[in-house]
Design a protein around this ligand. Structure first.
Ligand code: DGL
Length: 439
């Protein structure tokens, strides 16, 4: 029988857990605090995203469904992505409660307190775009505040002093409604109320998120209300925190979630992948005229062809086991790694050539200091490699390489441009994984 999984970088998600337990004390919940990695809000979004995937995978392995991403920073970085990667699981995420705040503000000015990561994510921009409705939204990134709640506690004078430096500008801007856009902040509610006074309302999204998680569970069988507390940090220290924040004595377990490379399939447009490097299935002269190469060249702009021409002038044509790295122009990736997969034909070692191209791309990513990379099904388009076979070679080579190079990358995406291609890649990856764990 499944449990509800709840995770956060630390104690913040306890504000959501408390609501879940208040409404549905009979639910079985596994709470995971990723304290070895906290704070999330000051890390790069891509880093938080791959960490969130690793945590979700861990919770899924512990039979959790749905999973509540009880952290605004992780939701901003990863919610959409988690739903794509674990498409058969349910995720409930957090978004700053701009909608209710905008509808209740009388002065038409609301303030949002959140981490830097939350403000950077697309989720926040889309929430404001959809729900601000002409209301002025004043954003306040609260550097160090979640960490202060975590380390010192919400009542410590230094925490309150820091909080005041973030609340004051919102009041000065005339906000009459404050949104708590980080799950650590509800623990600061009494202090915020003291600082802001009675005329300002403060919105905590935890109850709404808890209700959504409970709705998802619906009438599914529930276990006897057991909550398991896990931390990647120090369990004794976490026990003290839980006791002081929730008033319950618990015995948390320490869990190890190693930095591991996540490999998965997504369906979509390669050029729009939010990764450090995308792989181009190029020709050996790096003339990006057709197929994936043309799409990359269009999306990135003229820089891609210019840098490719420079590369060929300096190094000559691209040989099968080599990669050429250029910038990515207007795309969100930092690099394009060009490899020349084989044009499929009888009488040559198609598989060996394709494997060499895949390895060259992975090695070039590491050389460029990229942590995440996205592959198309190299050679499977206009180069005529049968899709299922090309996918099998790609999946297998990536899995083997990642096994041999632990920690070298955080994320490898295999991108299928349509459902059929993505299905081939999923099948291939599944087979490669079972082969690698068996061997
Ligand atoms: N509680 C989290 C959030 O909602 C994370 C804070 C942090 O780790 O920086 O954003």
């Amino acid at each position: 029988m499944a449990s509800v999984g709840v995770f956060d970088s630390g104690v913040g998600g306890l504000s959501v857990l408390a609501e879940i337990r208040r409404i549905a004390a009979d639910l079985s919940v596994v709470y995971l605090a990723d304290q070895a990695w906290a704070p999330y809000g000051e890390r790069r979004l891509r880093e938080v995203r791959s960490r969130s995937v690793a945590i979700a995978r861990y919770l899924i392995d512990r039979d959790c469904d749905p999973i509540v991403v009880a952290c605004n920073s992780a939701s901003a970085a990863a919610l959409h992505h988690l739903r794509e990667v674990f498409s058969d699981k349910r995720f409930v995420g957090m978004e700053p409660a701009v909608k209710p705040a905008a509808s209740q503000s009388e002065r038409g000015v609301i303030g949002v307190l959140a981490t830097e990561a939350t403000f950077q994510g697309e989720l926040y921009a889309s929430v404001v775009g959809r729900h601000a409705n002409g209301t002025e939204v004043v954003e306040q990134a609260c550097l160090g505040l979640a960490a202060a709640v975590e380390r010192l506690g919400p009542d410590h004078p230094e925490t309150i002093e820091l909080l005041a430096t973030y609340v004051d500008p919102l009041l000065a801007a005339g906000a009459d409604t404050i949104v708590l856009g980080c799950t650590h902040y509800p623990f600061l509610m009494p202090a915020i109320r003291r600082l802001a006074g009675d005329t300002v309302s403060v919105i905590d999204p935890a109850p709404a998120v808890a209700r959504q998680a409970i709705r998802l569970v619906g009438e599914e069988p529930r276990r006897a209300g057991k909550t398991t507390f896990l931390t990647t940090g120090d369990p004794a220290a976490f026990a003290v925190q839980v006791e002081s924040l929730l008033g319950v004595a618990v015995a948390p377990e320490r869990v190890e979630i190693a930095r591991q490379c996540e490999i998965y399939v997504v369906k979509g447009d390669l050029t729009r992948q939010d990764v450090d490097a995308i792989v181009n299935a190029a020709n050996d002269g790096l003339q990006h005229g057709g197929g994936v190469a043309a799409a990359i060249s269009r999306a990135g702009g003229s820089l891609i062809q210019q840098e490719s021409d420079d590369w060929v002038r300096r190094h000559g044509r691209l040989s099968p086991g080599t990669a050429a790295t250029t910038g990515a122009g207007a795309m969100s990736a930092r690099y394009v790694i060009h490899v020349a997969g084989p044009i499929f034909r009888e009488g040559q070692d198609n598989e060996g050539l394709l494997r060499a191209a895949v390895t060259a791309a992975l090695e070039a990513a590491v050389a460029a200091d990229a942590r995440s990379i996205a592959f198309p099904a190299i050679s499977a388009g206009i180069y005529g490699y049968p899709m299922a076979e090309a996918a099998a070679v790609l999946g297998d080579e990536v899995v083997r390489w990642v096994d041999r190079h632990p920690g070298a990358l955080d994320e490898v995406r295999l991108v299928g441009f349509n459902e059929e291609a993505a299905d081939h890649l999923r099948t291939a990856l599944g087979r490669a994984r079972s082969g690698s764990s068996a061997g």
